[in-house]
Structure formats: structure tokens, C-alpha cells
Write a new protein. Structure first.
Length: 287
């Protein structure tokens, strides 16, 4: 079975490939951006025609949330228009398509976990582009959308590794405390997606993040606490909670973007791992 994993060099793509290589029934296609340019629909069509994948996992995305506010066309091309091409192939070849999406399709005003069927109301260009990608994917009856949040991994660049780097450079750090969500270890997200491929769900849109809720401040505090207990930090910086308006960004973030994952996990036969447990697993893998 040929499985196309876009974004293979990213956090999720890395973990998806680690799982795939354990089973010789899968042939993984993971082209680089030069071979598979998501901003070029003709290049996508050419690759699909030449390689004929049996399953597509679209883990690639334009993820520069703040830059998207000015690079609107590029964000829309990669996160939205490219998915139309993938969906067309999915329809023509009856090929399963997994479109990975984000909590940023919501405005954060609901105040309780977002169910998969909640109406999307993105706050900025990044969220709008990902919502466009969801709509494009779901034109195919063979497509599933998997939304996630706050992804991190031992591979690539992410919040956890940034906090560890800053801890080695500074004595004091300020972290936003009024944005609430759920961290997602990319290894767990990859496992969820593989279960979805092998045990197809009746759900069209699914939510996947680790269990539990925290702020970015709470998340950073746990990173330092756990890393210090493992001997991975020489010293722990003083951590100060701040409001979002004290750390202005080009793009507005949802203040509460917790995803209701209960039915989604049941549908694929998994139980979510608590986010601090998942963070411990990730930190143990760091050198």
C-alpha cells in the first residue's frame, strides 16, 4: 500500500514515518518541497499521477501564524487550494485522504470544549486558510479531517524546545497565561491517525489532542519542572504569567481552544494520554 505523507520533514510527518516503517505492507512516499510544491497545483497533480498513492495523509501546512497575516496568498495556496487538488485525486481514485487541521478554526469564545461539529469561526488568516482546506477535503466522500492543537515533539521546532533553549539563556521568562488549550504530542497524534487509517471511523471530522487542559504558562511551568527533575536543566528561570495583550502578536489567538476529543478517541479505539505524561515521554527522548 502506497501512503503519501506530505510534510514528512515536520513534527507529525516524522512520527508518521516512524510508525509506517514498522510494517512492510506500507510503502511510504514522503517527497520534499522541491518535488511536491504545495503552492503549485500542477506539480501536485504531476506527482499524484506519476506515483498513484493509495492513501494520502496531508500533514504539511503553512504554519507561520503571524506571517500569514501578510503572506495571505501563500497561506491560502498551501493550506487551502492545494487541498482541492488532493481532494480531486481522492474522489477520482476513491483514495482515503486524511487532512490534518487545527484548533485555530475556532474563535475561542465558547468557553467549553469544541465538539467536531461546532461551527468554525477563525480569527485570522491562518485559521481561515485551514478552514478552507477542511472544506476542500470534505468534498471527497473518502476524506477525514483530524483537528489537533499545540503540537510538539522531540523533532523539529516547537514550544517545548523553545522553552528549554530560553531556560538555558535567561534567568527570567514571561509566558501568556490567558490562552487555554490542550498540548498534543506528535507521537500520539501520529498513532491516532494510523488507527484511523486501519480502523476507519464513521466520523468525518475528528478531534485529537492529549487529555487535560492548561495555559501556555502552565505548559511552560511543567516543561521546566519535568526537565529539571530529569536533570536536563541546569537552572530553572523565574516564570511570570502575563496577559495576551502584554505580548502583542500580528495574529489574534483563540483564548480557549480546547477540543472535545471524547467521541473521536472512542471511534478509533484509543484512550488519550494525559498531557503531562506525554510531555514526560517526549522529554525522555531528548538528548
Amino acid at each position: 500500500m502506497k501512503i503519501l505523507i506530505t510534510g514528512g520533514s515536520g513534527q507529525l510527518g516524522y512520527h508518521l514515518q516512524k510508525i509506517a516503517v514498522r510494517d512492510d505492507k506500507y510503502q511510504v512516499l514522503s517527497p520534499g518541497s522541491a518535488e511536491f510544491d504545495l503552492a503549485n497545483p500542477k506539480a501536485i497533480e504531476s506527482f499524484l499521477t506519476s506515483n498513484k498513492p493509495d492513501v494520502i495523509i496531508n500533514a504539511a501546512a503553512y504554519t507561520a501564524v503571524d506571517k500569514a497575516e501578510t503572506e495571505i496568498d501563500l497561506a491560502m495556496a498551501i493550506n487551502g487550494v492545494a487541498v482541492e487538488t488532493l481532494a480531486n485525486y481522492s474522489i477520482e481514485q476513491q483514495c482515503p485522504l486524511i487532512q490534518v487541521s487545527t484548533d485555530f478554526v475556532f474563535d475561542g469564545q465558547q468557553g467549553k470544549p469544541y465538539a467536531p461539529d461546532t461551527r468554525c469561526q477563525p480569527l485570522g488568516v491562518y485559521g481561515e486558510s485551514k478552514h478552507l482546506g477542511e472544506q476542500a477535503a470534505l468534498r471527497s466522500p473518502y476524506a477525514k479531517v483530524v483537528r489537533t492543537s499545540w503540537v510538539y515533539s522531540e523533532h523539529g521546532t516547537n514550544f517545548v524546545k523553545t522553552m528549554l533553549r530560553l531556560a538555558a539563556e535567561r534567568d527570567q521568562l514571561s509566558v501568556v497565561a490567558d490562552q487555554i488549550g490542550s498540548p498534543s504530542y506528535a507521537g500520539n497524534l501520529a498513532q491516532f491517525i494510523w488507527h484511523l487509517i486501519e480502523n476507519p471511523s464513521d466520523q468525518t471530522v475528528l478531534h485529537c489532542s492529549d487529555a487535560g487542559v492548561c495555559s501556555w504558562y502552565d505548559f511552560a511551568h511543567s516543561v521546566f519542572d519535568l526537565a529539571s527533575s530529569m536533570g536536563k536543566l541546569k537552572s530553572v528561570p523565574q516564570l511570570t504569567p502575563i496577559r495576551s495583550d502584554e505580548y502583542p502578536t500580528a495574529a489574534k489567538r483563540p483564548s480557549y481552544s480546547v477540543l472535545d476529543c471524547s467521541e473521536s478517541y472512542k471511534s478509533v479505539g484509543l484512550v488519550p494520554q494525559q498531557w503531562r505524561e506525554a510531555l514526560t515521554v517526549m522529554l525522555e527522548k531528548l538528548n
